[in-house]
Design a protein around this ligand. Sequence first.
Ligand code: FES
Length: 265
Amino acid sequence: MTPEDDGKSERADVQSKGASPDDQSITRRNLLRAGLALGMVSVAVGVASVVRSLFSPANPPSPVEAQTTTPTVTKTVTATVTQAGGNQTAIASSSSASTSTATTSTSSSPFPQLMIANVSDLVESQPVSFNYPLEETPNILVKLGVKAAGGVGPDGDIVAYSVICQHLGCVVAYLPTGTGPGCAKSYKAPGPEAYCCCHGSIYDLVNGAAVIGGPAPRPVPQVTLSVDDSGNIFAVGMGPPTIFGHDTGSSNVLGDLQGGTPVSG
Ligand code: FES
């Protein structure tokens, strides 16, 4: 057999096996690609397994992670108050927006919110005057020095009441303990009171302005107060009975907002 014949024999042998050298090269490349693909699949499966283990029931997100965040807005309104000495003080307004975690605060109260003063501003038995919930309805905020029904602040002794007498609508005067009104000098208040010089009605400011003397048929309404973390005192509502002059009935205190101009808040 000649070399030429031998070469023909090899080509014939290769051809008889159905694969040329080029075909063999393509097959090797395909095998390499398949191996690479399998390797990538294995890596992907491993990563997926790790991710599943992190969020499986055995490792649930912590309560903090599961909470949602809710934006809340805090607004401080502007108020002008009359100090006991007659000086008017404008309380600056400010507003701020912040995001807190899962704290949603809603209020359905129709009453405005009004900042009156700060706890640190108050001096015992020196009332601060303010109008609420209408621009025409006067009240006093006072630190009584003794714990009182509905009182706020660190000592629970800060209260606020309408000063419109429930008899015929005169303006009542605040009496610190042991003092008397100009119209009845012999009278000495046994505790913090409101006294009406028109016809002598007396209100006990420690006990929700209960009537303890005179012709008034019911207490003067108490202002609902709220104190924030900074000690700012807010008027946030008005309790029954209805404010004198807005005679819609004590069961319809919301009528206090009718026929007047609510303070801005
Ligand atoms: S108006 Fe106050 S007692 Fe009559």
